[in-house]
Unconditional design. Structure first.
Lengths: 288, 352
């Protein structure tokens, strides 16, 4: 693993008797995208709040770029960008004014708001008040704001939630561009397809604990079912599915037999989705 | 403290204030309204004597005057009615004759005449009333100095300190202007909490003290700017300008602290408005006391704004110097320090 950006050791937080986060430990390398997945109330937001200095951990330790989250919040805030789940922009100000304010707070010299807005697809609307923006435009502006200080670590909380496919895709492109630049990305999402597509690794968090942490492909291998599904038209004209297990050593033989003996309409591999794996590991659905 | 951060926050807050149509309108309309009220109020003291009398047995000399339609002496049916007339402002003075006045005079004694003055009655009235009673007694008895007097002022004694209504309104209007800023500042902060923008600010290198410094500057600046403009227009700096400026600065700091407190105790703009109005009414009470002397008593001294309005009143309307208002100012400094500290502590806890 390359240089560590985020290091978490037995981090805990509780609200009264409720353990929101229970001794979680993990590391995220520089330039890695870590997906943090879990249903509502699993502890995702509390973890993110502790990592970004919004909550002081009750127990355990976490460092970002070597800075302690409990002590060095100002240093950490200089180096991170956060894209919140809820839109929290100054609606009566223009997009440019919103970005300029944060650039000033971060002490960014020669800040070019126009270029950043162009990058998120808001060129031409720079001087419009945010109140007049659509949800997708506001979300893109939120992403732009999180990039004002060219952060080393980017926290993104449900960045594409409720957006149209075009807006979602443009945000995913920006996330990938940021990784290419060398930024570490901590992505909290419900969208398993998105996590699968973007993340180098995903962590399943359930009831305050990390239930699994690995690359999506490894999780699929470990927990998923590898098989081929053939849709065939039987002699009596009915559509039926035939399943052929992969990795058994007889796969090729069985496929050949199927193709010669039946009228195959479609043939495709079937992998477990991250959602399936999440249910298998935790017994819960992500959307609970 | 990073001053460029404070400057950025100030720029943002000022821009938001200017773009908040409701508070912008309230500020301008309020200021214009208060100035208009000041100038349409009478600038002269009403010197016409309105007197009343209560006598269980009315001596004939007094009856003649009461019956004279040209006199402004009104007869009341009871002592309570006479006193109420003074308190309500229907009469500036009430003369109460004892029931045995005729017998006392007949036996060569001196009856005791009670005289009740309104707190707003001019000092000249005392001599006029005594002369009137003396004259009528002389007509009745044919002798001079035939009575003793027991004089009482209803409410706060301001005998001889009459000032025009418009001047009496200055402290009240000044506190109204300052109090508007409690609502504006609290709304500004509550709006940031409600819309989550405060959360976005708090994950930048900006520190909480910088945030408070910016909010404090905007709160004090807006409050002081408006109240100073008002005082300049109504001639509020004509006597003791430095003390006046000082007390207005303390008032601006106090309302800023109250704005912090209000913002920290409320969760939405609606609750800011609701609680703000309650605060508004409480803080206006001492100003009402100056407008209508006798309306309130010593309990009003527990309201922090009492020391603000009372000091403004004494300095602006009576030209009081530090030897007179020094105590008030010290108490005001104490109240302001406590309120500002409490506001910062409570709001800081909310942010953390």
């Amino acid at each position: 693993m390359s240089q560590i950006s985020i290091s978490v050791e037995k981090l805990s937080y509780w609200y009264g008797d409720l353990k929101a986060v229970n001794q979680i430990s993990f590391e995220v390398a520089q330039g890695e995208i870590l997906g943090f997945l879990g249903p509502n109330g699993a502890g995702k937001t509390t973890t993110q709040k502790m990592l970004t200095g919004q909550l002081r951990p009750k127990d355990g330790r976490a460092t970002l770029l070597g800075f302690d989250v409990a002590k060095d919040t100002e240093e950490i805030h200089r180096r991170i960008g956060i894209c919140f789940e809820q839109t929290n922009l100054y609606e009566q100000m223009t997009a440019l004014e919103n970005l300029q304010l944060f650039a000033d707070l971060f002490g960014v010299n020669n800040f070019n708001g126009y270029a950043l807005l162009k990058r998120v697809g808001l060129a031409g609307r720079e001087k419009d008040k945010v109140a007049g923006y659509s949800k997708g435009m506001k979300q893109r502006l939120m992403v732009a704001r999180s990039l004002v200080n060219t952060p080393s670590i980017l926290f993104m909380d449900e960045p594409t939630s409720g957006l149209d496919p075009v807006s979602s895709e443009s945000i995913r492109d920006i996330i990938l561009e940021e990784r290419k630049r060398g930024a570490t990305i901590f992505l909290t999402t419900h969208d398993m397809w998105e996590a699968d597509k973007l993340c180098d690794r995903v962590a399943f968090i359930n009831e305050g604990s990390i239930a699994a942490l690995d690359a999506p492909v490894n999780l699929k291998q470990q927990y998923g079912k590898r098989s081929l599904i053939a849709k065939v038209k039987s002699a009596n004209g009915q559509l039926e599915n035939r399943e052929i297990a992969l990795d058994t050593g007889k796969t090729a033989e069985e496929v050949s037999k199927l193709l010669s003996s039946e009228r195959v309409l479609t043939l495709h591999s079937e992998e477990a989705t991250l959602e399936d794996i999440f249910i298998k590991i935790t017994g819960r659905r992500l959307t609970e | 403290m990073n001053f460029s951060v404070i400057k950025a926050l100030l720029k943002k807050d000022f821009s938001l204030f200017l773009q908040n149509r409701f508070y912008m309108l309230m500020t301008i309309v309020g200021l214009v309204f208060y100035i208009i009220i000041f100038f349409i109020m009478p600038n002269k003291v009403d010197e016409q004597l309105k007197a009343g009398i209560y006598a269980p047995v009315m001596p004939p000399a007094f009856s003649i005057l009461v019956a004279d339609p040209a006199s402004s002496l009104t007869s009341y049916a009871s002592l309570e009615e006479a006193k109420a007339a003074v308190e309500n402002g229907d009469s500036q003075v009430a003369i109460v004759l004892p029931a045995d006045i005729m017998q006392t005079w007949a036996s060569g004694g001196k009856p005791e005449v009670e005289i009740y003055y309104a707190s707003s009655a001019p000092i000249e009235l005392r001599d006029a009333v005594i002369s009137l009673v003396k004259e009528l007694s002389y007509i009745q008895t044919g002798q001079s100095l035939t009575f003793d007097t027991n004089e009482q002022v209803m409410g706060q004694d301001m005998l001889g300190e009459q000032i025009p209504m418009r001047n009496r309104m200055v402290p009240l209007l000044a506190i109204f202007i300052l109090m508007m800023e409690i609502l504006s500042l609290a709304s500004l902060i509550a709006e940031e909490n409600e819309q989550g923008t405060a959360r976005a600010l708090l994950v930048t290198p900006m520190t909480v003290p910088e945030l408070f410094a910016a909010k404090g500057i905007i709160g004090v600046g807006m409050a002081l700017g408006q109240v100073v403009l008002f005082m300049l227009l109504v001639g509020g700096f004509n006597s003791q300008p430095l003390i006046t400026l000082g007390v207005l600065l303390l008032g601006s700091l106090m309302v800023t602290g109250l704005g912090f407190l209000l913002a920290s105790l409320t969760k939405s703009l609606m609750s800011v408005t609701a609680w703000g109005m309650l605060l508004f009414i409480i803080l206006a009470i001492p100003g009402m006391g100056i407008m209508f002397p006798g309306l309130i008593s010593n309990w009003a001294k527990v309201i922090p704004s009492y020391y603000l309005t009372d000091t403004v009143n004494r300095v602006v309307n009576y030209g009081a110097d530090l030897s007179v208002v020094g105590g008030n100012l010290l108490i005001l400094v104490g109240f302001t320090a406590v309120i500002v500290t409490a506001g910062i502590v409570v709001l800081r806890r909310r942010y953390q």
